[in-house]
Write a protein that binds this ligand. Structure first.
Ligand code: SAM
Length: 297
């Protein structure tokens, strides 16, 4: 097993204190369970439970989302061999990553933008929540990842307009009711100390580069958000400089306000963070993750 990069250890202790740091470290060592999201465009949770029961696959329900289930990681191979996976009736997605679309207050006929969309877990979740009854645009600048996004959208039967471009260049003529910015980040919430390559690649420069991109993207998001519209900003980092510091930067614009994250928090592994935002630390069921919601007054 690798050891945690020293600069990260120091940052986490400074930001959260020694006791909480030790909990985070435990999460970095723990293998995560598999989780699946039911694609309600094509099926229902009851149908999926029936299939899993017939296949003798055991699962647990998730307190914050009726369409999600967790499974022991050893059953993942079996799931991948089933028709429900092949035909896009379910999507393998981390539990933390299901939270942003759930808190977007989505509704029919809204103009919705997913600014950084590949491979499409959250785009297809949005489509599933609104049952394809909204105008969803998904933007992705990386060509190979954009192909993957198109593939997943098609497989899930989602109705989405895909734009292969840098979303910082979206024409400001277009305005949206809801924007999801699931920003590129250092991934400090998803580190796995058993993954040598990932740990060796985790450097200060990665954090600095991520912050620059996050700031560029969130500033653009604010410009193309309609008045009264809402922006959900998320990352799979637990570093405050990629999360609440980025949010605080755009909050200097007095037309914006933070809005509470409305979700059942009963079982969530919550870290202390800026009021109204949500930060999770890594555990066997959750990746470390951050979510904030902003409204344009
Ligand atoms: N939301 C995705 C999901 O749930 O499947 C994961 C998104 S991942 C955290 C960030 C994505 O943003 C990457 O695919 C990356 O290529 C893309 N990206 C980074 N900068 C971008 C930009 N300026 N414009 C569009 N896409 C960008």
């Amino acid at each position: 097993m690798e050891s945690i990069p020293q600069f990260l250890e120091e940052k986490l202790i400074t930001e959260y204190g020694k006791d909480t740091y030790l909990k985070i470290l435990e999460g970095y060592k723990t293998k995560r369970n598999t989780s699946i999201r039911v694609n309600s465009i094509k099926t229902s949770i009851d149908e999926i439970k029936n299939v899993l029961d017939k296949e003798s696959i055991t699962y647990k329900e998730v307190s914050f989302y009726k369409d999600a289930l967790t499974l022991d990681g050893e059953q993942e191979e079996k799931i991948r061999g089933l028709n429900i996976y092949e035909d896009g009736l379910i999507y393998m997605q981390s539990l933390s990553s299901m939270i942003p679309p759930l808190v977007m207050d989505l509704g029919d006929n809204q103009d919705i933008l997913d600014m950084t969309a590949a491979p499409g877990g959250k785009t297809t979740e949005i489509a599933s929540i609104v049952q394809n009854n909204a105008n969803i645009t998904a933007c992705e600048m990386d060509k190979i990842r954009c192909d993957r996004l198109r593939f997943n959208i098609e497989k899930q039967g989602a109705r989405v307009l895909v734009m292969e471009k840098d979303s910082r260049n979206i024409d400001e003529f277009f305005k949206f009711d809801r924007i999801l910015l699931d920003a590129p980040c250092s991934g400090s919430g998803t580190l796995d100390l058993n993954n040598e390559k990932q740990i060796k690649g985790f450097r200060k420069e990665l954090v600095e580069k991520s912050i620059k991109r996050q700031l560029g993207l969130i500033r653009k998001a604010v410009k193309i958000l309609k008045k009264g519209g809402e922006l959900v900003y998320s990352t799979c980092s637990i570093l405050k400089e990629e999360n609440e510091e980025v949010v605080k930067e755009v909050l200097k614009d007095s037309s914006l306000e933070l809005v509470n994250i409305e979700i059942n928090k009963k079982d969530l592994p919550i870290l202390e963070s800026l009021e109204k935002t949500l930060t999770l630390y890594p555990t066997e069921n959750y990746e470390g993750f951050f979510v904030a919601k902003l409204r344009k007054k």
